[in-house]
Design a protein around this ligand. Structure first.
Ligand code: ZN
Length: 554
């Protein structure tokens, strides 16, 4: 029999963690048709992959591509790194459901992208959003969680209070609708408004709805620094009391955490030993590049620049804000921990249109240069640049990334989004090494160059493990009848061109970001999307919006 396509003479990685083997792989009508000894299969088209690795397409379980996929349906930064499926709706943020009365708040929540013409906001229900995603075609498959923030915003706006019983009922009803439409579960972002206003009991009540549909609870927990262990314990408690599996998102301790990652992983292990299904994902980058104003207390950081500047120009108010940052009573944004703990050498200026001479320097270096207190340098940069100053905050210790990578219950995610090096999404170029370099970076740095895990284990954490977690039983492995999401790569040539390691050299090594090298081919549902030999996207949009089967217990 001649198959549609045969990939011959590959080193096959099945995705389950088994050692690679020599083989041919046949694709027929979008699915894997056969796996056989090398040189034995015939196809109408045959590609000799010449001993390179053939693996299931990578599944990225934690992304924020909800709207960027509407702007860039080719999902370029994802497919070029071998990613064939994104999970969206993370950290409590999904663009649906939403109602008319709260649409303005929702649009503001998503920021600049919400004004793009491709983002028409014609959907209200979760189902309508999924249809919008599918309607224009997509290069990759997408699975979506329902964001707790969307439920809350629709029912009670951004109010800093608990819901009334009838409001909670409305949130449950919206969640039922989303689960029936194919949401894979509920996500929360408990450090961001409005998630931070929710009690543990509110989340448990909602997760009981998720449990009825056999969905998942994914959480950006209520603090990833000083309070990380309490926050992990809260997530585990929510899963236990509601009867849902728990996925703890990007669970690296951030600077200021009391212990290294072994402590949060121990809580996960203990829960698993008690019979609770708890797993973790993590990204392998130490940095994030928010606006400098992101380090300010939450109550003022989103105000108009002129207001913030006026506050910081008053010496007494400036002193008070400084005290507030250092005392940090509210569980806050992770990178703000660097300010609290005086880690000024870990904050490197990325953009400062009104102080261009500071770009590439750390706040510590600027303070030395100017003979000023680092806090004053920080505030002065905001006074000069408002919200426009951005810095790379290296708020994660690389040693924790290694610890997490080695743990069997931790899968790999990017925490980035599908983007592209042109057009609106690149204007200005975002600092998002994970969006372009996550998966090749793991293979290059943590498998090949300074190995902390085997190739087979790394691939398992990118494929069959995330597929199992989301119940995508026909993806994530190279077995007959699975959908043909397939990546071919050459481990010797793998090179991430999006990451610049801490401490940062200036000019920045890989910023603006480039596509990685060494990824040769990517098929999504059996259709070639990237021909890596020429680094060309074929323009094909074979991706599917995946819907969780709304099985309910009897
Ligand atoms: Zn998050």
């Amino acid at each position: 029999m001649d198959f549609d396509l045969v990939l011959a003479h590959g080193k096959i990685l099945d995705g389950c963690g088994n050692p690679w083997f020599w083989g041919d792989l046949a694709i027929q009508q979008g699915r894997i048709a056969e796996v056989a000894p090398p040189g034995t299969l015939r196809g109408r088209k045959l590609i000799d992959v010449e001993g390179h690795f053939v693996a299931p397409g990578f599944i990225d379980v934690h992304t924020h591509s909800d709207l960027s996929l509407l702007v860039n349906r080719r999902a370029e930064s994802a497919v070029h790194q071998g990613v064939t499926t994104h999970v969206v709706g993370n950290c409590g943020m999904s663009p649906a459901p939403i109602d008319e009365a709260h649409l303005a708040e929702m649009r503001q929540y998503w920021g600049r992208i919400s004004g793009q013409p491709e983002v028409d906001w014609n959907w209200r229900t979760f189902d309508e959003y999924l249809r919008t995603l599918q309607s224009g075609g997509l290069a990759i498959n997408v699975a979506s969680l329902t964001g707790h923030a969307a439920l809350r915003m629709t029912v009670m706006g951004l109010d800093d209070r608990g819901p009334t019983p009838s409001e909670l009922d409305r949130m449950k009803k919206l969640l039922c609708e989303a689960m029936e439409a194919g949401a894979f579960g509920l996500s929360t972002g408990l450090v961001y408004p409005p998630g931070c206003f929710a009690s543990t009991e509110e989340i448990i009540a909602l997760c009981r709805v998720v449990a009825r549909y056999h969905g998942l609870y994914a959480s950006h927990i209520r603090g990833e620094r000083e309070t990380i262990l309490d926050a992990v314990a809260e997530a585990i408690r929510i899963g236990r009391e509601a009867g849902v599996p728990v996925q703890i998102s990007h669970n690296a301790p951030k600077f200021g955490a009391p212990c290294d990652a072994t402590a949060n992983l121990r809580l996960v292990e203990e829960a698993r030993a008690r019979g609770q299904d708890v797993t973790v994902d993590n990204d392998v980058h130490t940095d994030l590049a928010p606006a400098l104003t992101g380090g300010l207390p939450q109550r003022i950081q989103d105000r108009p620049a002129a207001e913030i500047v006026a506050l910081l120009q008053d010496p007494a108010v400036r002193r008070k804000i400084r005290e507030e940052i250092v005392s940090d009573r509210q569980a806050a944004f992770g990178p703000a921990g660097l300010l609290k703990h005086g880690q000024w050498h870990r904050i490197t200026l990325l953009h400062a249109p009104h102080s261009p001479e500071t770009v590439g320097k750390t706040i510590e270096a600027l303070a030395r240069e100017r003979g000023q207190e680092p806090f004053d340098v920080y505030f002065d940069l905001i006074v000069a640049n408002g919200h426009e100053a951005e810095a790379i905050f290296d708020y994660i210790d690389e040693a924790n990334i290694r610890l997490l990578l080695q743990h069997p219950a931790v899968m790999i995610c990017s925490d980035g989004e599908a983007t592209a090096p042109y057009g609106f999404l690149n204007d200005p170029p975002p600092y998002s090494p994970c969006s372009y370099g996550e998966f090749p970076g793991v293979l290059e740095r943590y498998v090949r160059d300074q190995p902390v895990l085997t190739l087979e284990e790394a691939i398992r954490k990118m494929t069959s493990f995330p597929a199992q977690r989301f119940g995508l039983w026909d993806r994530g492995t190279l077995r007959p009848r699975a959908w043909a999401d397939v990546v071919v790569f050459d481990l010797d040539r793998i090179h991430d061109r999006a990451t610049n390691l801490y401490p940062h050299a200036y000019p920045f090594e890989n910023y603006p970001h480039n596509y990685p090298e060494g990824i040769d081919y990517i098929w999504v549902n059996g259709v070639l999307v990237v021909d890596g030999r020429s680094a060309q996207h074929t323009g094909a949009l074979p991706g599917k919006v995946l819907r969780h089967r709304a099985v309910t217990s009897t």
